[in-house]
Design a protein around this ligand. Structure first.
Ligand code: CA
Length: 291
């Protein structure tokens, strides 16, 4: 090979190295269509409950593992994308304890979400955005004697992310409000009233939300919803019982299409004021509002 050819090749390979990450970054915002995913699982209950049925877009087909606690299902999305969350549509045979892990290469995994007390139905999960190609659901404990069974698993991309802003009360770590973790906490300033605004960025059928409190819970929570961010409808108002530190609150409303959610926190439990929230998660129309 001549020096000239080699330098052209070197130039080309440098060019490829420069161009590839840009392409990856551009394509990272979309989650590939489900019919291109490859789904595998630790086991099936029978041929009627194949792994692929948890990602066929059909809510009448499902994957079910054999009736054991520690089972798994793995999705290969086909390329590296930015993942911002998941929606798990459980069948009655759900896992009350499970973890979600992601990986770039299918070998090294990072745990991005852990649930110790799922109530089944739909788990709508938001995480700190992370690049990955593979998603792994690891079940740890079943809620029933049946296998672990999912009607459908959705993976959220950048366009599904919820924008949260603190209108009143300010405070640090706003991103901790919806990162799927209770141990990362948003704390407001020492105020008697805080106001949070959630923009779901498209209208969704939401029936309320769950708030996982830090030590400084709010004695009262008011919730309003809007489709356009201008016309608001007050839909829910709850009072928290004494001793709600570290507990979860459910703020329900009648099912309706929602894009914006406004939460107003008042009655701080401490004289100096201030509120703390570990996580906020959304509830869908099939959810039963029992803690
Ligand atoms: Ca299905």
């Amino acid at each position: 090979m001549t020096v000239q050819k080699r330098s052209v090749l070197t130039f080309l390979s440098v060019l490829v190295l420069l161009v590839l990450p840009v392409q990856a970054a551009l394509s990272a915002s979309d989650i590939p269509a489900k019919d291109t995913w490859r789904v595998t699982a630790s086991s099936i209950q029978s041929d009627e409950f194949k792994p692929g049925y948890l990602a066929d877009g059909n809510m009448e087909t499902r994957w079910s593992s054999r009736p054991k606690d520690k089972e798994w299902a793995r999705v290969d999305l086909g390329k590296v994308v930015e993942i911002t969350g998941f929606t798990l549509h459980w069948e009655n045979g759900y896992a009350s304890q499970y973890s979600l892990l992601v990986s770039i290469d299918g070998r090294e995994w990072s745990t991005v979400y852990e649930n110790e007390d799922s109530d089944g139905q739909m788990d709508d999960i938001y995480i700190r955005p992370i690049s990955a190609q593979y998603v792994l659901l690891e079940t740890r404990k079943r809620a029933t004697g049946w296998g672990n069974s999912l009607w459908e698993l959705d993976v959220k991309g950048t366009s599904d992310r919820v924008d949260i802003s603190v209108v009143d009360g300010d405070g640090d770590h706003v991103s901790a409000l919806m990162d799927g973790r209770k141990d990362t906490v948003w704390k407001s300033k020492a105020v008697d009233r805080a106001e949070l605004l959630l923009d779901l960025r498209r209208s969704r059928n939401i029936t309320g939300l769950r708030i996982d409190w830090d030590e400084q819970y709010a004695g009262s929570v008011d919730m309003a919803i809007s489709l356009d961010g201008k016309a608001w409808k007050e839909v829910s108002s709850i009072s928290l019982p004494d001793g709600s530190q570290g507990q979860s609150s459910f703020v329900p409303h009648d099912a309706s299409e929602v894009r914006y959610i406004r939460l107003v926190l008042t009655d701080p439990i401490k004289a100096q004021g201030g509120f703390g929230i570990g996580d906020i998660s959304l509830r869908g129309p099939t959810e039963a509002f029992t803690p």
